[in-house]
Write a protein that binds this ligand. Structure first.
Ligand SMILES: CCCCCCCC/C=C\CCCCCCCC(=O)SCCNC(=O)CCNC(=O)[C@H](O)C(C)(C)COP(=O)(O)OP(=O)(O)OC[C@H]1O[C@@H](n2cnc3c(N)ncnc32)[C@H](O)[C@@H]1OP(=O)(O)O
Length: 156
């Protein structure tokens, strides 16, 4: 049995996001899953994601944290409501605030692991903390405040 990623359960009309849209051929298409109480995603940076030769661009790392965070927030909200993630009405979250600490240079040529912890969960707001590891070493740490998507942002 294959487990679908959180992002695979987003409806098609929300599949355009640069970081996580399953329908964005030019995007990162990150995939997030539960692993116990944590959420996890893996991503191997491509040559165009270089900052200095040999090191990953910080903006890419922030994008990965952003989309792993919003996906984790949606998944946590479904879980807190005892619902399956694909079920309607959809619970959708966007980024209100994103903070990233770059702890150590992130090497190219490695698969990055993002691990998310749900720090706070309310009806309208979820806070997720995410650590990015390369070869088991923490290279970046992010905190993201996710807020229920305003109806005005929903594609018509
Ligand atoms: C059928 C299956 C379905 C599956 C699930 C589907 C999920 C899929 C959903 C989507 C997928 C695709 C999308 C991915 C997205 C990737 C990430 C992005 O790039 S998102 C784009 C960048 N972000 C924006 O453009 C937001 C722009 N900003 C806004 O629209 C508003 O400012 C918004 C909604 C973020 C906040 O609106 P307010 O300020 O009216 O909200 P108030 O009700 O006042 O606050 C709610 C709580 O949030 C806190 N809050 C609000 N803004 C904050 C901030 N900037 N910093 C910290 N906290 C903040 C407040 O203090 C409050 O917290 P207290 O409840 O009191 O504890």
């Amino acid at each position: 049995m294959t487990t679908l990623a959180f992002q695979d359960l987003y409806p098609d009309e929300l599949g355009h996001c640069y970081g996580c849209g399953k329908n964005n051929d030019h995007g990162l298409q990150i995939k997030s899953f539960w692993e116990g109480k944590e959420t996890v995603a893996h991503f191997e940076p491509r040559p165009e994601h270089t900052a200095l030769p040999g090191y990953v661009y910080g903006g890419l790392i922030a994008s990965l944290i952003d989309c792993h965070g919003t996906g984790s927030a949606a998944a946590a909200a479904y879980k807190a409501n005892g619902r399956d993630m694909g079920s309607e009405p959809a619970l959708r979250f966007v980024t209100a605030n994103l903070n990233v600490d770059f702890l150590a240079p992130t090497p190219m040529g490695e698969t990055l692991e993002l691990r998310g912890k749900i720090k706070e969960i309310k009806e309208k707001k979820v806070i997720v903390e995410i650590t990015v590891f390369a070869k088991g070493k923490a290279c970046a740490k992010g905190s993201i405040v996710c807020v229920k998507m305003p109806a005005s942002m929903m594609p018509s």
